[in-house]
Write a protein that binds this ligand. Structure first.
Ligand SMILES: Cc1cc2nc3c(=O)[nH]c(=O)nc-3n(C[C@H](O)[C@H](O)[C@H](O)COP(=O)(O)OP(=O)(O)OC[C@H]3O[C@@H](n4cnc5c(N)ncnc54)[C@H](O)[C@@H]3O)c2cc1C
Length: 477
């Protein structure tokens, strides 16, 4: 579009917003920011910090009353804490480790001493290491399936997955379909389904193989994402993962506006207006650092490109329910258990020992994904608590029924985030429009873990995407 046409379109579109009276709501008529960042998750905050360090005048505008987005930590008493959102960092998460060190925070290894439990067909089998005791035939098939998946993932082009060989075909079939065609052993299918849904947080019949392969490539491999030692689940951050966002916030407090959902971004000839019906600011550049489906709540004028609209409309956030039961002690450790349980045929599919080092208390956390999470979210809070604790008791004994405290949360119920860990497109969209995912549109740049090349869906991906968007803005300014 010619610049002249763009401005004409912008002016026409804007005159269609009746409720705005900018002379009243502009904070300071003369002030033009270098960049306004929408969203104070890890991606928005890292973008803001990089721009601020480069001497740019920035403002971060956040809808909620806190920073951190999908990282959210809560203190339990004086010594303990839980991570309601993201928690683990591991192999390859270099920027996160650097930020943790810079913030003066410490990491600690995920608790993995003792034996794990595989729960299947109403019985518990103990095992050590990463390989659950499924029987030799199932294990060989699982191995074959994972090898084939990782081989396919290794052929995906990291920067431009949509131009990989057979991208359109891979985007037209689901992970579930590929698995049905590749594996005949029922238990192997169950294991790979659980692993893939644990990673993607959506029913694998709904996710295109291309997106799953591209995520695996961006992470290292599907196996990598599931591993504790030397994998993505290696370490946690003392005090909780939100501490990293809080550190970034502390450095820029005067430039972060909380409780301020952005409802419009209006590009004009000389600047862009960003705001809502009570507040507006002028800026040269905007970084939108919100989960892509949530960008639907923002009115962009002139309209975004057709390709970007397709991406926004067709992305669905995953569903995960994270539950925490806090006990007066980690009683399972006395029985030699690591607290790590994988279950292939019940709702509560994965537990971990999330106790805080040095604390007397013990914490068992479960992560429940995709359709299982959706079903449990239909229950009342009380019924869900009882259901989850009963499942814990099947694995760890009746002591698990009486925690000092229980809490659970799903970001599906958070209107400013809409789900987790990440978002995925309907089949066929990524191969057609993937190249527009992070492409700037006029003054608008895009951050957020979903737009990252590496570690999309992870905190590391969020940080990398924020730094990439900041660099784009610095180059453009
Ligand atoms: C339960 C759970 C477990 C996870 N586990 C891990 C893990 O162990 N390891 C890992 O690496 N990652 C994990 N993740 C993923 C990780 O937390 C995310 O990838 C990362 O935090 C995303 O950061 P972001 O900045 O891209 O987006 P977000 O954190 O979603 O930030 C977006 C921000 O934009 C704000 N916003 C939205 N709309 C508007 C608007 N209109 N105006 C202003 N502000 C707006 C939101 O309020 C939010 O603060 C987990 C996530 C969840 C939920």
């Amino acid at each position: 579009m010619q610049r002249k046409d763009f401005i004409k379109k912008a002016t026409l579109a804007f005159s269609a917003i009746p409720f705005l009276s900018f002379s009243k709501i502009l904070q300071d008529n003369d002030l033009v920011y270098d960049a306004v960042i929408v969203g104070a998750g890890l991606s928005g905050l890292t973008a803001a910090r990089q721009l601020s360090k480069a001497g740019k005048k920035i403002l971060v505008v956040e809808a909620q009353d806190r920073v951190g987005g999908r990282t959210w930590s809560r203190a339990i008493g004086d010594t303990d804490f839980i991570d309601i959102g993201g928690q683990w960092i591991g192999k390859g998460h270099n920027r996160m480790y650097e930020l943790v060190a810079e913030a003066g925070l410490q990491t600690f290894p995920t608790y993995a001493k003792g034996t794990n439990i595989l729960r299947l067909e109403n019985s518990n089998k103990r095992y050590t290491g990463d390989v659950p005791p499924l029987g030799i035939i199932s294990l060989l098939q699982t191995q074959r399936g994972l090898n084939q998946f990782d081989r396919m993932a290794s052929k995906i082009l990291l920067e431009t997955p949509w131009t990989s060989k057979d991208a359109a075909y891979l985007d037209s079939i689901s992970v579930g379909q590929w698995m049905e065609e590749t594996l005949s052993n029922e238990k192997a299918r169950m294991l790979i389904r659980r692993a893939a849904e644990g990673e993607l947080c959506q029913n694998i019949d709904d996710i295109s193989l291309l997106q799953a392969l591209s995520s695996a490539k961006a992470t290292g491999s599907l196996r990598q994402a599931e591993k504790v030692e030397d994998g993505a689940l290696r370490d946690r951050i003392l005090g909780g993962a939100q501490s990293v966002s809080n550190f970034l916030y502390d450095q820029m407090r005067g430039s972060v506006k909380l409780n301020c959902p952005v409802s419009f971004v209006h590009q004009m000839e000389d600047c862009t207006l960003v705001g809502n019906d009570e507040f507006a600011v002028k800026t040269k550049k905007v970084i939108v650092a919100v989960p892509l489906p949530i960008a639907k709540k923002i009115k962009f004028t002139p309209e975004l490109s057709m390709q970007k609209q397709k991406l926004i409309e067709s992305m669905k956030m995953g569903t995960v329910l994270k539950t925490h039961a806090i006990y007066n002690k980690a009683f399972w450790r006395e029985e030699g258990l690591s607290g790590m349980m994988t279950c292939l045929d019940e709702m509560v599919e994965l537990t971990v020992d999330n106790s805080v080092p040095g604390s007397e208390k013990g914490i068992i956390t479960s992560l429940i994904h995709a359709d299982r999470a959706k079903a449990l979210l239909q229950l009342s809070d009380r019924d869900r608590r009882d259901f989850v604790l009963k499942a814990y008791a099947e694995v760890f004994g009746t002591k698990a029924l009486t925690p000092m405290h229980y809490t659970d949360y799903s970001f599906t119920n958070n209107p400013w985030i809409g789900g987790a860990y990440s978002g995925y497109f309907d089949k066929g969209i990524y191969s057609q429009f993937g190249e527009y995912l992070s492409k700037p549109i006029g003054s608008i740049h895009w951050a957020g873990t979903e737009t990252s090349t590496l570690f999309k869906g992870f905190m590391e991906g969020a940080v990398l995407s924020g730094e990439r968007a900041a660099q784009e803005v610095l180059t453009a300014l």
